[in-house]
Design a binder for this molecule. Structure first.
Ligand code: ATP
Length: 199
C-alpha cells in the first residue's frame, strides 16, 4: 500500500486544482517559507478524517477553504482527494486503487466519498483503521511533535504503537463488549431476584 496522488482544490493556499504524484519510497516536498508545504500535510490529515481545526493549524474548520488573495476571490468549498494503491489488499476493500475524497462547503455542509460513492466519516475511519492510518493520526508527525513523542509516558507511547499496529480498534471493541456484558449481567441478576420473589 502506498499513497499515489493527492489532489487539492480550494484547500488553504491551493485555489486551483493541484495534483501531487507520489512514488513508492521517500518523498520530499521543498519550497520557500510560506509556500504551502505544511498545507499539503494538512490536506493529507484532513482527507483521512481529521476533525480538529487546531490540528490543521486553524481556528475553525472553515479556515481550510481558500480565503482569497488580493488578486483572487475566496472560494466556496475545499476539496481534497487521496488515491491509495491497494494492490497488496492492505485496505479491506475489493479495489486495487482507493480514492477517498472530502469536501467542505462554506455554507456548512460536508461530504466524504470512497471511490466516488458517498460515504460517512465512520466508513473512512473503518477503512483506514487497520492500515495504521487511524483516527488518532499518529502517522503524521508535525513540526515540534517529535519532542512530544520522545517525552510521552510509557502508556502514551504504547497507545501510539497500538494505534499504528491497528490494535486500538480491537481494544475499543473489547471494552464496548465488556460494558454490554456487565449491563447484561445486571439484567440477569435482576431477573433472578424477580424469579425468586415470584417463586
Ligand atoms: P514554512 O516553511 O514556513 O513552514 P510552509 O511552506 O509549510 O511554510 P504553509 O504553512 O503550508 O507554508 O502555508 C502557509 C501559507 O498558506 C500562508 O501564506 C497562508 O496565508 C496560506 N493559507 C493558509 N490557509 C489559507 C486559506 N484558507 N486561504 C488562503 N491561503 C491560506
Amino acid at each position: 500500500m502506498h499513497l499515489k496522488t493527492l489532489t487539492l482544490r480550494g484547500f488553504k493556499s491551493f485555489a486551483s486544482a493541484t495534483t501531487l504524484h507520489f512514488e513508492p519510497g521517500v518523498t520530499c516536498v521543498v519550497g520557500p517559507n510560506g509556500s504551502g508545504k505544511s498545507n499539503v500535510v494538512d490536506a493529507l490529515a484532513w482527507v483521512m478524517g481529521e476533525q480538529g481545526a487546531k490540528s490543521l493549524r486553524g481556528g475553525k474548520m472553515e479556515d481550510v477553504i481558500f480565503a482569497g488573495t488580493t488578486t483572487r476571490p475566496a472560494l466556496g468549498r475545499a476539496e481534497v482527494s487521496l488515491t491509495i494503491d491497494n494492490s497488496d489488499g492492505a485496505l479491506p476493500i475489493e479495489y486495487t486503487e482507493v480514492t477517498i475524497s472530502r469536501t467542505l462547503f462554506r455554507s456548512g455542509g460536508s461530504e466524504y466519498a470512497i471511490n466516488g460513492q458517498q460515504a460517512r466519516l465512520l466508513d473512512v475511519q473503518e477503512l483506514l483503521s487497520d492500515s495504521g492510518l487511524g483516527r488518532e493520526m499518529h502517522v503524521i508527525v508535525g513540526q515540534g511533535q517529535l519532542d512530544a513523542v520522545l517525552r510521552a509516558t510509557p502508556e502514551d507511547r504504547r497507545g501510539f504503537i497500538e494505534e499504528a499496529a491497528g490494535v486500538l480498534k480491537h481494544r475499543r471493541r473489547k471494552e464496548k463488549a465488556q460494558r454490554k456484558l456487565t449491563g447484561m449481567q445486571a439484567n440477569l441478576d435482576r431477573l433472578s431476584d424477580l424469579t425468586a420473589e415470584v417463586a
